[in-house]
Design a protein around this ligand. Structure first.
Ligand code: ADP
Length: 299
C-alpha cells in the first residue's frame, strides 16, 4: 500500500511553532510582518494571496498586500519593492507572479532585500544557498525536505531524482538533497529515457509542471514520491505531476495534490518571515546593548 504523506498535518505543526515564536517577538515589541507585492487582478492569484494573508494573520503575522495593478510598469513594481525593503517594520517580502508582460521579473526579483527574501527569489539568495552561506531557500524546496524529514526518510547515500531544473524549484531542491547526503540526478526536458532514470531512484521529486508525467513505469517498488506539480485546470482542480492512481500500491509513499507540498510551502513562508523578524530583532538588541556598553566609557 502506498502511504499518503499528509502535508496539511505537517503544515499545522509548523504553523503552531511559528505562531508561538511570532507571539514572543510581538511581546518584545517586534511583531513580524509580511508584505506581498501583487501586480495582477487574476482571480486564482488573488485567491492564493488572500489565503497567504489569512494564514499569516492566523499565525500572528501582520500581512500587507500591496496590489499595484495589472497595468503596473517595471518602475511601479520596483517602487513598491523599494518601499517595503526600506520599511523597518516589514521582515518578509513576496513578489507574487505572474507579473504584467514586459515588466521583467528577472530584474525585479533582484530588487528584493536578501535579508527579507523569505521565498529565496533573489538570485543572491540562491547563490548564497549553493555556497552554503546563510540564506532563505525557496519555500517549495524547503517543503520537499520538510516532508521527507516528517516521513522519517534518511537521505544519506540514497539516490534521489529531481525532475525539473527551474531555479525556483529543481535547482535549490537538488542542492538541499545533496547537502543532506543524497546522490542526486537532475532530469529535464532534454533527458532521454526519463523512466529509466526515475526507476533507479529511491526518492523522486517531480517538479516539471506536467500533469501525470510520472506513472507506474517511472517508479521503483517502494520509492518515495514528492509531487511538487500544481497545474490548475479550467474547472478549478489542481493536478500534480504524478499519476496517483497509477502508482498506488507501487510507490512506498506519495504526497497528494492538493494537500502535500502546497500547505507546507505556505507554512514555511510564514516560518521564514518570523525567522527574519527574529534576526532583525536580535540585531537591534545587539546594537542597543553595544551603545549602552559604550556609554559609560564615553562619560
Ligand atoms: P517549475 O516552476 O514548477 O519548476 P518550470 O516550467 O519553470 O516549472 O520548469 C519546468 C521544468 O520541468 C524544466 O526544468 C523542464 O526542463 C522540466 N521538464 C519539462 N518537461 C519535462 C519532461 N517531459 N521530462 C523531464 N523534465 C521536464
Amino acid at each position: 500500500m502506498t502511504r499518503i504523506i499528509d502535508g496539511a498535518r505537517l503544515a499545522i505543526s509548523i504553523r503552531e511553532d511559528t505562531s508561538a515564536a511570532a507571539s514572543v517577538l510581538a511581546a518584545q515589541g517586534c511583531p513580524p510582518k509580511l508584505a506581498v507585492i501583487v501586480a495582477t487582478q487574476d482571480e486564482s492569484t488573488s485567491w492564493y494571496v488572500r489565503s497567504i494573508a489569512r494564514g499569516a494573520r492566523q499565525t500572528g503575522i501582520d500581512c500587507d498586500v500591496v496590489n499595484v495593478g495589472a497595468a503596473a510598469s517595471t518602475e511601479d513594481i520596483r517602487g513598491a519593492l523599494l518601499a517595503v525593503n526600506e520599511d523597518p517594520d516589514v521582515h518578509g517580502i513576496i513578489l507574487q507572479t505572474p507579473l504584467p508582460a514586459g515588466t521583467g521579473g528577472e530584474v525585479l526579483r533582484e530588487v528584493i532585500d536578501p535579508a527579507k527574501d523569505i521565498d529565496g527569489a533573489n538570485p543572491i539568495s540562491l547563490g548564497r544557498l549553493v555556497a552554503n552561506a546563510p540564506a532563505f531557500a525557496p519555500a517549495t524546496a524547503r517543503a520537499v525536505m520538510a516532508l521527507l524529514e516528517f516521513y522519517g526518510v534518511s537521505l544519506r547515500g540514497k539516490h534521489a531524482v529531481v525532475v525539473g531544473r527551474s531555479t525556483v524549484v529543481g535547482v535549490p531542491t537538488a542542492h538541499l538533497l545533496t547537502q543532506a547526503d543524497a546522490t542526486v540526478t537532475v532530469c529535464h526536458r532534454q533527458t532521454t529515457d526519463l523512466a529509466a532514470r526515475t526507476r533507479d531512484a529511491e526518492i523522486v521529486v517531480a517538479a516539471a509542471g506536467i500533469p501525470g508525467l510520472i506513472t507506474a513505469r517511472h517508479v521503483a517498488w517502494g520509492a518515495i514520491l514528492i509531487d511538487v506539480g500544481t497545474t490548475a485546470t479550467e474547472d478549478g482542480r489542481l493536478l500534480g505531476d504524478v499519476d496517483a492512481p497509477a502508482v498506488e500500491g507501487r510507490a512506498g509513499a506519495l504526497t497528494p495534490v492538493p494537500g502535500g507540498v502546497g500547505p507546507v510551502t505556505t507554512a514555511l513562508l510564514l516560518q521564514h518571515t518570523v525567522q527574519s523578524a527574529s534576526t532583525h530583532f536580535d540585531r537591534l538588541r545587539t546594537e542597543t546593548s553595544t551603545d549602552l556598553a559604550v556609554l559609560p566609557a564615553k562619560r
